[in-house]
Structures are given as structure tokens and as C-alpha cells.
Ligand binder design. Structure first.
Ligand code: ADP
Ligand code: MG
Length: 294
């Protein structure tokens, strides 16, 4: 059996017996510092309030974002699963609000060089996440690095965070262009949803989206949808300084209410009619297979 076939078998097995599949949502942006990690954490907390079990995968190589913002140090990270034989439950850290997170650590960057037996072990473990979580939020690094694009290509749902800063639209556009060009990107399999962050008003958020959408629909013919906006909010930056997510620190802050609204939209049945949950195993093997076979 070759390695691709082995992986397919693991995934096939994971889909038998009507096993539940988690919804995998990837948060990304054209450049850093626009609010991805805040989006990941606060949406996770809002999903939790709506009764969903949520796990965040911190895949921002090197930068241990989520743990800093949660003020919780993980005991283990993905590397410990890969190299120390820890299992998936041991590497999940439970943060405030009972949101779980997995710190990618250096494990993410090393994925492409792993031997097959390691990969099988990881994927077998990740399959278990589908039973532990309803929603898995992947917080990626910014930009068009190959490793980021791999995550986006594998993801059925992409949340693109954009801000009104002058370069933000061009950076977002560059990211979408790189994604669109990627050899394994399948337009029909991915939905791209835009969040306008740090805006002054709802109108500014819509204008921002319309500007981006104008170039994207003209030059890429790639459908993107507007998910909503998060206002510029001092309460959010204060909360970050204190290492408590704003949705916990001040649930009625303008930004927290905006995240609440966006989470509700993402859970809206009507909007999700055509959404196909893929599960974690499929997500991951997509990344791994792609790396191995080009
Ligand atoms: N809606 C907002 N209002 C005010 N400040 C914000 C908002 N979103 C993000 N920030 C600021 O931007 C910083 C970077 O956010 P972060 O979520 O860490 O971005 P990224 O993960 O994209 O690098 C935060 O520490 C915070 O100070
Ligand atoms: Mg971040």
C-alpha cells in the first residue's frame, strides 16, 4: 500500500459509522497584526456560548499567539504528539470558557519533512478531534507563504480578516490571488468570508468589502462574501494587554457584541445549507498529501 492509499484508508475509516465530522474554519489575512487571533479566540468563545464544542489550532508558526492571549501556558504542543508519543487529548490545553486549544509549536513547520509513520500517527489522532469538537478554528500566520496556502487550500471555510489600513486591501487581494493560482485550490470546495476589522462604522465595513470585492470579482472571478464587521474598540486592546479575551472580560463591549453577531451568522442554518463538513482528518491529509505529491 502506498502512503496516499494508507491515508485514504484512515480517512475512509474515520467517515464510517456516521462518525461526526467537525467543521473546520480557517482564519487568515494578507498581513499580520490585523486581528486574526482575536477573531479566532472570540469567535470560539461565542460559538461555545451557542452550545458548540470548540478547539483552536494555533498554526501561526513560531508565534505562540493563542496561549498569550488566553494567559494559559500549554504543557504540550503538536511536536509532543509527533515526537514524544503524546496523544491528542494530552496536547489539548483548556483555556478560559472551556475553549480548547492546540499549540502548533514547531510541529507545524516540520510537517512537510515527516516520515510516513509519523504522519499516519498524527492523522489517526487528529481524526479523534472530530469526536471532541463541533468546530475547529485554525489560526494561521499571515501572508502568502506556502505553508499558509496549504492550510487555506485544505479548508472548506476561510475567514479573511481585513482592516481599513491603506495596504490591507492590496494585501488581501494578493493573498486571494495566490490562493486562486494554487494548483490544488478548488473554488467550489472553499467558501471565503470577509470580516472587516477595526472599522469606524458599519458603513465603513461595507465600503471596505465592496472595494475588495470589486477587484476580486473583476480580476480573479472568485466569489467572496461579506460576513460583517468588528468596530475599532479600546476595550479589545485593553483586554489583550491583560491577557483576557474581550468576550470574557467585557461581554458587552462593542467588539464582543460584533463577534457574537458574526458567530450567530456562521451558525445560521439557512446560510449553511450547502456547507459540507469535512472533518479534521480530511483537512489534514489534504495538507500532507499535497506536500508529498506536489
Ligand atoms: N477590533 C479591534 N479594535 C481595536 N484593536 C484591535 C482590534 N482588533 C485587533 N486589535 C489590535 O490589534 C492587535 C493585533 O491583533 P491580533 O488578533 O493579535 O492580530 P493577528 O493575529 O492578525 O496578528 C491586538 O493586540 C489589538 O491591540
Ligand atoms: Mg495572531
Amino acid at each position: 500500500m502506498d502512503q496516499a492509499e494508507q491515508l485514504r484508508n484512515i480517512i475512509k475509516k474515520s467517515m464510517q459509522n456516521n462518525r461526526p465530522l467537525a467543521r473546520v474554519i480557517t482564519v487568515t489575512s494578507g498581513k499580520g497584526g490585523v486581528g486574526k487571533s482575536n477573531t479566532a479566540i472570540n469567535l470560539a468563545l461565542q460559538f461555545k456560548k451557542l452550545g458548540q464544542r470548540v478547539i483552536i489550532l494555533d498554526a501561526d508558526f513560531g508565534l505562540a499567539n493563542i496561549e498569550i492571549m488566553f494567559g494559559t501556558m500549554p504543557r504540550y504542543n503538536l511536536s509532543d504528539l509527533i515526537y514524544q508519543g503524546k496523544n491528542i487529548r494530552e496536547i489539548i490545553t483548556w483555556g478560559p470558557g472551556e475553549v480548547g486549544f492546540i499549540s502548533g509549536g514547531s510541529g507545524i513547520a516540520g510537517l512537510s519533512n515527516l516520515r510516513q509513520e509519523y504522519l499516519n500517527y498524527i492523522i489517526q489522532n487528529l481524526v479523534e478531534l472530530d469526536a471532541i469538537a463541533d468546530i475547529i478554528i485554525v489560526d494561521t500566520a499571515a501572508g502568502i507563504a506556502d505553508a499558509v496556502l496549504e492550510f487555506l487550500v485544505a479548508s472548506g471555510e476561510i475567514l479573511l480578516v481585513t482592516t481599513p489600513e491603506p495596504t490591507s486591501i492590496t494585501d488581501s487581494y494578493s493573498l486571494l490571488k495566490a490562493l486562486h493560482r494554487h494548483s490544488r485550490f478548488v473554488q467550489e470546495d472553499s467558501r471565503i468570508k470577509v470580516i472587516a476589522n477595526r472599522v469606524g462604522s458599519a458603513a465603513e465595513g461595507e465600503t471596505l468589502f465592496n472595494k475588495l470585492n470589486a477587484v476580486v470579482s473583476r480580476y480573479l472571478t472568485l466569489p467572496i462574501e461579506y460576513l460583517g464587521m468588528v468596530p475599532y474598540d479600546n476595550q479589545l486592546s485593553k483586554a489583550v494587554m491583560q491577557q483576557v479575551p474581550v468576550s470574557i472580560q467585557n461581554p458587552n463591549a462593542r467588539s464582543a457584541l460584533a463577534y457574537e453577531e458574526i458567530a450567530a451568522k456562521l451558525m445560521n442554518k439557512e446560510r449553511n445549507k450547502n456547507l459540507r463538513k469535512r472533518g479534521m482528518a480530511a483537512f489534514f491529509s489534504h495538507i500532507v498529501n499535497g506536500k508529498k505529491t506536489g
